[in-house]
Design a protein around this ligand. Structure first.
Ligand SMILES: [Fe+2]
Ligand SMILES: [Fe+2]
Length: 345
């Protein structure tokens, strides 16, 4: 008896061709990804900074003095733009300015310490010849220099700043474990730390206020190297996103905006200790973080690039969009990385 060809039989060759095409497309994407990582690695070799060779710490113009008006916070700083701050006597504005800058550096270096540990966990099991291994260790090297640079600034500022809040500092040793077990979530967390600091530093540098040359040098170095770090996190997340299962994607999509907001607050919102040390009235903090329309816009503006990435990595769905809104960080995604925020939100 002759068998009648079934639909299954006729579709099989087509499926085989399609899966060969898929495999070819995947291989091509991997090649392009590895090429970009090699470019980033080579840029790290040719353009990098040393915390002690590239900053003239002992230049007399770099001395940190409590009578130097260049420490007055710029108007683009959320706290610096308040009536409360502007009404302080000049010497108090300077004291608050130095403390605030030192604390931002301290919390920044605590983030970097978590990132360095996480990068080591991430690299631990990477296979031989991995492009990710080489780039992630370049990044860890650069972050080590940043922690030295920031800590040196804190030491010279004379301010005994705590950095992040107690809970954050207690969670610090455990957060890098995420890089081993949930690297996709970890690199979104990295962006939650890097994007707000980078955004704030770039807007301060762009504003061109008469800032202290030591802080300006630190920010220039940091912005130059962070561009690569943020670039890698974007590349990694875009490359890994198609490999997520539907369930992983659903869970991560609602977690991402929460992580963004929590870590952003850690960097930008003055802790209780800082409020006490600087005498910032409770009401000023409440209004500023984040009730007033301008500060809410500032908060949304910080995440234009991350919203773009969330769209590109399939992290935006009906439920997650609601969470972005609850977190107060929704808005239009950037059209390209580093699009000027006022145009993106
Ligand atoms: Fe850094
Ligand atoms: Fe970084």
């Amino acid at each position: 008896m002759t068998a009648t060809p079934t639909l299954h039989d006729t579709a099989a060759p087509a499926r085989a061709t399609a899966s060969a095409d898929d495999a070819a497309a995947r291989a091509e994407r991997t090649q392009a990804y590895e090429h970009r990582l090699r470019t980033l690695s080579e840029a790290s070799v040719h353009q990098h900074f040393d915390a002690f060779l590239d900053i003239a710490w002992d230049d007399p113009d770099h001395a940190i003095r409590l009578d130097d008006p260049r420490w007055v916070l710029p108007s683009v700083d959320v706290l610096g733009g308040t009536d409360w701050y502007r009404s302080l006597p000049l010497e108090e504005q300077i004291r608050v300015g130095i403390y605030r800058q030192a604390n931002i550096c301290k919390v920044g270096l605590q983030f970097e310490q978590i990132l360095i540990s996480g990068l080591m966990n991430f690299a631990f099991n990477l296979p031989n010849r991995s492009a990710e291994f080489r780039y992630s260790t370049h990044e860890a090297t650069e972050e080590c220099h940043h922690t030295q640079m920031f800590q040196e600034f804190v030491n010279r500022s004379g301010q005994d700043v705590p950095g992040g809040r107690l809970l954050f500092r207690m969670a610090g040793p455990f957060l890098p474990l995420a890089a081993r077990w949930v690297p996709f979530g970890f690199f979104y967390g990295v962006l939650a730390g890097e994007e707000p600091i980078d955004h704030v530093q770039k807007s301060v540098l762009r504003a061109g206020d008469d800032m202290h040359p030591l802080l300006q040098r630190i920010m220039q170095i940091h912005v130059a190297e962070e561009a690569r770090h943020i670039g890698f996190a974007h590349q990694y997340l875009e490359h890994q996103a198609p490999k997520l299962t539907r369930r992983q994607r659903a869970v991560l999509s609602v977690l991402v905006p929460v992580v963004m907001r929590v870590l952003c607050d850690e960097i930008l919102v003055p802790s209780r200790r800082m409020q006490r040390d600087l005498g910032i009235p409770r009401q000023v903090v409440k209004d500023l973080y984040w009730r007033e329309p301008e500060s809410r816009k500032f908060l949304r503006d910080l995440f234009g690039d991350v919203r773009m990435l969330a769209e590109e990595t399939g992290m935006m769905n009906r439920a997650s969009r609601m969470v972005w809104r609850w977190m107060g960080i929704d808005g239009r995604p950037s059209r390209f990385r580093s699009e000027v925020a006022s145009a993106a939100a």
